[in-house]
Design a protein around this ligand. Structure first.
Ligand code: CA
Length: 641
């Protein structure tokens, strides 16, 4: 008991600068190394190496401790120019050395992230980096494109030289594709240093999504052209950011602070045993991540680590936004503190769920149901996703897109961005029985992401004997729902070229032929790409689809009587008076998943059609008279006056 009181006291009085430690400060005259440990550490050894792996230490130095309450900071300065050398720490608790680690704050590492590297970060800045700035794009205006480096560029059909590398995104063909499509934020799947791809065997095909963190503050080596040279991955990552920024495209980093690749070998455990991980009452490790462990964001030590880490990515790499993997594993306070610590233009969104039960009180978890307590942070809407295509846990189960009844209210909820809207009957929504956002920009609108099946596979799996024509119409219909939603639209890369994953649901380590984009589809289905471009252009040029304000959405977005297989809504004219620069008057959108044509009633007049069947062009593709307007089967219709 006394021990517990003692511990609690110190937890409350934590001096936290230890967590923001600059563990390696280089000058040509000497390099200072620092590492934080628990107060009980007996000794810390620093080993210096010529290489990032193999070879004997050329020097071993004992660090000196400065007690810091519950923790201790250990320091050593080694004289001489160490640039290009590698280092590890080895912390002794009791009689045991924990094993070599680059520490938890390494900014540069050797191959496979086993050793820290002595670098001057200024050497890693590409030309013009000082002038690089985050593009100014409001949260409501974001259009997010989620991609894996290898999916995007590994197939020769991509025509990209730097296949599977950060640098692919600096190539004109890649930039041109993204600009042509119209997306303005690229969400890169985990690109910090992760474990599951062996960086020493890159001549062999290896694939992983990368949700298995090793070094949180260093780019992944397998996406660089030389994982052995520590500055290369850093410089090439920056070149990627710079090229995207030049094209007016933001970069979203997928961050996975909720768990580490393993417990025992993790840098957290090697420096501060059990300090960063949650345990159950019985002493076992909690596993809310579904990956064998979960971190303890509610403890200041982990909370501060996360805050410092995201700030570092913003400052050093000019990252524009963060996607939090399993945000539900983190606590609400941590997420709010991260929000407060970052500039307002940085967009934050996450998965508003966990993969299992967590060892913190349920009411403190950063889950979707608690988003109203996390203003300025967004979460994915599985409501609209599953209402459109069917549930995560059953690929064969169809929904709205198959013409199934019972999904309309969930789609309406997605259209308004999960806000409180008088015409949405939350009692009939698939999952959430009440609104979960304060503002529509807190909801990510999507129908597919890297997880589970992409849209093409899902349509094939859930609608037996689907024809290609039907598949294309339903694909476009689904994305029309996503992109006319008041939430923030999000798409999986390759959907614009009808990608498939050969029917694989969990393709996290599937070979390239499953995960790659086949760019020859661009020639095979040009009308699909054109529709996606047209749809994105429509959204970008018409703020009526992204009001960004719940009051305006309640006032100006009105649902029309639909039926069980059609959702139709009207965005009323007059937004200009509210300061929304919408050039059109009344806008009507009808999403008909039924196998037969339907109709909606609109006031008399002549309207310009901008989206019908498999064409979407905001400049107009014909006119339609008011009164009873026919909505073709299995497609969307949009018109305005
Ligand atoms: Ca790695």
């Amino acid at each position: 008991m006394r021990k517990l009181v003692f511990l609690l006291l110190f937890v409350m009085l934590l001096p936290l600068q230890a967590m923001a430690l600059d563990e390696m400060s280089y000058t040509p005259q000497g390099t200072t190394f620092k590492v934080a440990t628990l107060a009980g550490a007996k000794a810390v050894k620093l080993r210096l190496y010529r290489d990032g792996m193999g070879g004997k230490a050329v020097k071993t130095v004992s660090l000196k401790a400065t007690p810091d309450g519950r923790y201790a900071t250990w320091t050593a300065t080694v004289k001489g120019d160490l640039k290009g050398m590698f280092y590890t720490f080895d912390v002794q608790y009791g009689k045991k050395y924990q094993g070599e680690t680059p520490g938890i704050n390494a900014k540069a590492v050797g191959v496979n992230g086993k050793r820290g590297a002595v670098v001057d970060l200024r050497d890693t800045d590409p030309e013009g980096w000082a002038a690089d700035a985050r593009p100014a794009i409001a949260h409501k205006d974001l259009i997010i494109y989620e991609m894996h480096h290898r999916d995007f560029s590994i197939d020769p059909s991509s025509g990209l030289v730097n296949a599977g590398k950060f640098l692919a995104l600096t190539e004109p063909r890649a930039i041109e594709h993204l600009k042509c499509l119209g997306v303005n934020a690229v969400h890169i799947l985990p690109s910090f240093d992760y474990a599951s791809v062996d960086e020493t065997r890159l001549d062999e095909p290896q694939y992983n999504w990368g949700y298995d963190p090793v070094n949180y503050n260093v780019p992944e080596g397998s996406y660089s052209t030389d994982p052995y040279e520590p500055t290369t991955r850093i410089r090439e990552f920056k070149q990627m950011v710079q090229a995207l920024h030049k094209a007016g495209i933001k970069v979203v980093l997928d961050v996975v602070y909720n768990h580490t690749f393993n417990i025992d070998g993790s840098n957290f455990q090697l420096t501060m045993p059990d300090e960063f991980f949650r345990k159950n009452a019985d002493g076992s490790y909690s596993n809310g991540s579904g990956c064998g462990n979960e971190t303890a964001s509610e403890r200041d030590v982990m909370r501060n680590y996360m805050i410092e880490s995201v700030k570092y990515w913003v400052d050093e790499y000019h990252i524009d936004a963060f996607r939090f993997d399993l945000m539900g594993v983190h606590d609400i306070t941590t997420m709010n503190e991260i929000r407060a610590a970052l500039p307002q233009d940085i967009f934050i969104y996450g998965e508003g769920w966990s993969a299992g039960s967590c060892a913190i009180p349920a009411e403190t978890m950063g889950v979707k149901a608690h988003m109203q307590r996390m203003p300025g942070i967004a979460a994915f809407s599985d409501e609209i996703r599953d209402a459109l295509r069917g549930p995560f846990d059953n690929d064969k189960k169809p929904a709205f897109l198959a013409g199934l009844e019972g999904n309309v209210e969930s789609i309406k909820m997605g259209i308004v961005g999960a806000i409180d809207h008088p015409q949405v009957d939350y009692s009939k929504v698939n999952y959430s029985k009440r609104p979960w956002t304060l503002e529509p920009t807190q909801m990510i609108s999507y129908v597919s992401c890297h997880d589970d099946m992409c849209l093409v596979d899902r349509l094939k799996a859930s609608i037996p004997d689907i024809t290609l024509d039907e598949l294309i119409r339903l694909d476009l219909l689904a994305q029309t729902a996503v992109f006319t939603s008041q939430g923030v639209p999000f798409m999986l890369s390759g959907e614009e070229m009808l990608r498939d994953k050969k029917g694989v649901h969990n393709s996290f380590n599937s070979p390239d032929h499953v995960n790659h984009l086949d760019w020859t589809n661009m020639e095979r289905f040009p009308h699909v790409f054109n529709y996606y471009c047209g749809l994105i252009e429509l959204r970008k040029h018409h703020p009526a689809f992204r009001m960004g304000n719940s009051g305006l959405v309640r006032k100006y977005l009105e649902f029309l009587p639909g039926d069980d297989t059609m959702v139709a809504f009207h965005i009323k004219s007059g937004l200009k008076e509210q300061g929304v620069d919408e050039p059109w008057g009344d806008i009507y959108v009808a999403l008909n998943a039924g196998k037969e044509a339907r109709s909606i009633e609109v006031p008399q007049g002549v309207y310009t059609v901008v989206c019908r069947y498999i064409t979407c062009d905001e400049r107009g593709i014909g006119t339609v008279d008011g009164g009873k307007v026919t909505v073709p089967a299995q497609s969307a219709l949009i018109f305005h006056n």
